[in-house]
Design a protein. Structure first.
Length: 335
């Protein structure tokens, strides 16, 4: 089973207030994008002009204002500030209201969005992964069974029922930046999510093989798992503008060890200000044919759902330009 090519747009919830972000989401559908994905941050990457809307509420508004696009979280952490039973109820409701359009993208979490809210020490990856695995099991039980009894290592429910459930359960996509989570996506995920700009070797030699290993160990067809990647694109007819637009997202260019224990957006912003090459995580171009070639490696690796994250403030300009210059070229070449 090979998934059809899908081309989506990433809603930068840390950059825009929820109302203008919603209008961009509506515009993305009008311009021909296939999906809209939103992050689920409690705090943004920068304090200055930062935003962090509640993603389930925003997705419900998007569902009402659109008719065609798929939409979901990339990604939500169903393990700390959200109890997985609440996530199950929220996304079941979305699935009932917007059938076959909603996706629950999950991950192990970032300390900045969880630790300050709960006042906890941020656990090591092993615990965070075990929590995600357990939460996935509980969510799926709540979507398919009544009066669920569940006694896990971290979560417990006693006779809980989600009463409003879609006819077909909402697909769960697993976000992974390493092999352990990628194997889990292969075992349990309906889809797999990662982000671009980390070197071809990571995807070719680690993440995708681990995804296949997980699928084969579970007796699953790896090609049935939709391979989704958020691609960071700074495309504009003015190259200098495209380069300048990457500055607001400079935090993404910080090494992982410089971000893991930062809980304050002001501190993250200060660290990002010292980054001298924010463009290194982005595909920067002012030429449509060059840009399609920049995207080619991800398609050649087998990713079939590309979600484009544009860093600039003029998202309407980007959506219009990309719809005219890039989406048709990609569909002609890869559909």
């Amino acid at each position: 089973m090979r998934h059809p090519l899908k081309l989506g747009w990433k809603a930068s919830a840390e950059q825009f207030a929820p109302r203008p972000l919603l209008e961009f989401g509506v515009l993305a559908e009008e311009k021909g994008f296939d999906s809209v994905w939103v992050s689920d941050h409690y705090q943004p990457w920068r304090h200055t002009d930062g935003h962090a809307p509640f993603s389930p509420a925003w997705l419900a508004a998007l569902g009402e204002r659109t008719r065609r696009v798929e939409f979901g979280t990339s990604v939500l952490t169903p393990t700390f500030r959200y109890h997985p039973a609440v996530v199950a109820q929220a996304f079941a409701t979305l699935g009932v209201m917007y059938p076959d359009r909603v996706i629950l993208g999950i991950g192990t979490g970032e300390s900045m969005n969880e630790a300050p809210v709960l006042g906890i020490e941020w656990p090591e990856f092993r615990e965070r992964f075990r929590r995600m695995s357990e939460a996935t099991k509980l969510i799926r039980k709540l979507w398919t069974e009544d009066f669920v009894e569940f006694q896990g290592e971290y979560y417990h429910v006693a006779g809980a029922t989600v009463y409003d459930r879609p006819e077909r359960p909402v697909p769960i996509y697993v976000g992974a930046s390493g092999e352990v989570a990628a194997r889990f996506a292969g075992r349990q995920g309906d889809g797999f999510i990662c982000t671009s700009g980390k070197g071809t070797e990571l995807y070719r030699d680690k993440l995708l093989p681990a995804l296949r290993e997980g699928a084969e160990a579970a007796g699953r067809d790896v090609d049935a798992i939709e391979k989704t990647i958020e691609v960071k694109v700074a495309f504009d007819s003015d190259r200098s503008r495209a380069l300048a637009d990457t500055r607001i997202w400079a935090a993404l260019a910080l090494p992982a060890e410089d971000k893991v224990d930062v809980h304050n957006p002001r501190e993250m912003e200060e660290r990002a200000a010292k980054v001298t090459d924010p463009e290194r995580r982005w595909l920067v171009s002012d030429d449509p044919d060059e840009h399609v070639e920049q995207l080619h490696p991800y398609l050649a690796l087998g990713f079939t759902h590309l979600v484009f994250h544009y860093p600039g403030d003029d998202q309407a300009r980007f959506l219009d330009l990309y719809a005219k210059e890039i989406l048709p070229r990609l569909r002609k070449k890869w559909d």
